[in-house]
Design a protein around this ligand. Structure first.
Ligand code: PLP
Length: 412
């Protein structure tokens, strides 16, 4: 889609009912229940014969407006907004998985996703098969008739490995398995996941979309392209319909788990969505310029950003994400002690977790996100003591560089 065209469509998308006051933006419907004129209309709504709202755990007009706006940008078949990125991931897998199935994925996973797969789902008879996603043959060999999905993060956090989605979707589809991708690190406004064979996209909208760390949220974007008659769990619903996943999610799973987005959050994230293209361009172009500068700073022993031409993922990253592969990078110093000293000396960049706040944020993954993991688990996941993760905010390149330079100076 032409960028200008989608920006205008996004900003001017109207909501479906006339507002008595002519409100220009979608009102926040802070309501739980909805009243019906007759019992028959109520029956129709509850039995799904009309799309009227019944109860805000199931649907809410303000949340639905956000879902519709995301649908507009992505051309998806169905979008579901939830209360966090983890809710998007857990709802997706509770829709896809069954006792005795397996998930094929990488060892390089976001910490809670790893824990959800290995600790939570495992107790319900779901096996997790880790493999090297840069090796399609190994991925193919790991998939069998009990595989519910191939799951990838488009750029792994914090290892910065870029998934070759075209190659991986060929492998998955050849074996009759859907490709599920966590695209949190590259927003759908700048990356058309479905064009690379992704069937279901999960996003932590807490990050780029919330509009500067305003709120937690998650999205499940279903492209309706997978043939669900090939899924042992969903084939009963499939009957040639692309809706099996979306229907099961909306009619059963998300209602039962009760993690739907709240109207206040949908309002904040709808505002965030309106400025997403502008903010992303600034975050990502600053990150790219900073990565190029960091390489030559003394004390920095390595910079990991797939926009750098000597990065092993440069080509695949450019093909998928264009000029700017996101606004997060990692870099290495000589030791954990140096990392801590550097962090303590920063004056502008904030020591905090989260990604794509308006402020630049930095942390030492090994001692924080992975702090409660064993040394063996950290080794297996390639989490190094010498790595710092930087999420680049909306400050200028020069002010960020000045802060980094002063914090690096006089390093012992
Ligand atoms: C933050 C994050 C999540 C989890 O999102 P929450 O909104 O914090 O629940 C999942 N995946 C990735 C890649 C993330 O960065």
């Amino acid at each position: 889609m032409n960028r200008l065209e989608y920006e205008a469509r996004l900003l001017h998308k109207s909501y479906p009912k006339d507002d008595p006051y002519g409100s220009l933006s979608m009102p926040v419907y802070h309501t739980l229940a909805y009243e019906f004129a007759t019992a028959a209309e109520m029956e129709d709504a509850f039995c799904g014969r009309t799309s009227e709202h019944t109860y805000s755990r199931v649907t809410n007009p303000t949340v639905q407006h956000l879902e519709e706006r995301v649908k507009e940008i992505t051309n998806a078949h169905g979008v579901t907004a939830l209360n966090s990125g983890m809710a998007a991931i857990s709802n997706t897998f509770l829709t896809l998985a069954w006792s005795g199935c397996n998930i094929v994925t990488s060892r390089h996973l976001f910490g809670n996703t790893y824990s959800f797969f290995v600790n939570t789902l495992n107790a319900f008879g779901v096996e997790v098969r880790f493999c090297d996603l840069t090796n399609p043959d190994e991925v193919a060999a790991s998939i069998d008739g009990q595989t519910c999905a191939l799951f990838v993060e488009v750029i792994t956090n914090p290892q910065m490995e870029v998934a070759d989605l075209m190659a991986l979707s060929r492998v998955a589809h050849g074996k009759g398995v859907p490709l599920v991708a966590d695209t949190t690190l590259i927003p759908f406004s700048h990356f058309a996941a479905a064009d690379f064979g992704v069937d279901i996209e999960v996003v932590s909208s807490t990050k780029y979309i919330s509009g500067g760390a305003t709120s937690l949220g998650g999205l499940i974007i279903d492209y309706g392209r997978f043939n669900w008659s090939r899924s042992p769990r969903l084939q009963m619903l499939a009957d040639d319909s692309p809706s099996a996943f979306h229907d099961k999610l909306r009619r059963e799973i998300h209602r039962n788990l009760g993690a739907y987005m709240t109207p206040e959050v949908a309002y904040l994230q709808s505002l965030g969505l309106e400025t997403l293209p502008v903010r992303y361009n600034r975050h990502a172009s600053t990150c790219s310029a900073l990565a190029e500068q960091l390489v030559s700073l003394s004390g920095v022993t390595g910079v990991n950003y797939s926009g750098l031409t000597d990065n092993p993922f440069f080509e695949v990253s450019k093909r998928q994400f264009g000029d700017y592969p996101g606004a997060m990078l990692t870099f290495n110093l000589a030791s954990k002690e140096q990392c801590f000293r550097f962090l303590d000396r920063l004056r502008l960049i904030r020591r905090a977790t989260n990604l794509f706040d308006n402020r630049s944020l930095i942390l030492h993954p090994a001692s924080t996100i992975y702090g409660s993991f064993t040394a063996e688990q950290r080794d297996m996941m390639d989490i190094k003591e010498t790595t710092l993760r930087l999420s680049v905010g909306l400050e200028s390149v020069d002010s960020l560089l000045a802060d980094i330079r002063q914090a690096l100076s006089d390093m012992p």
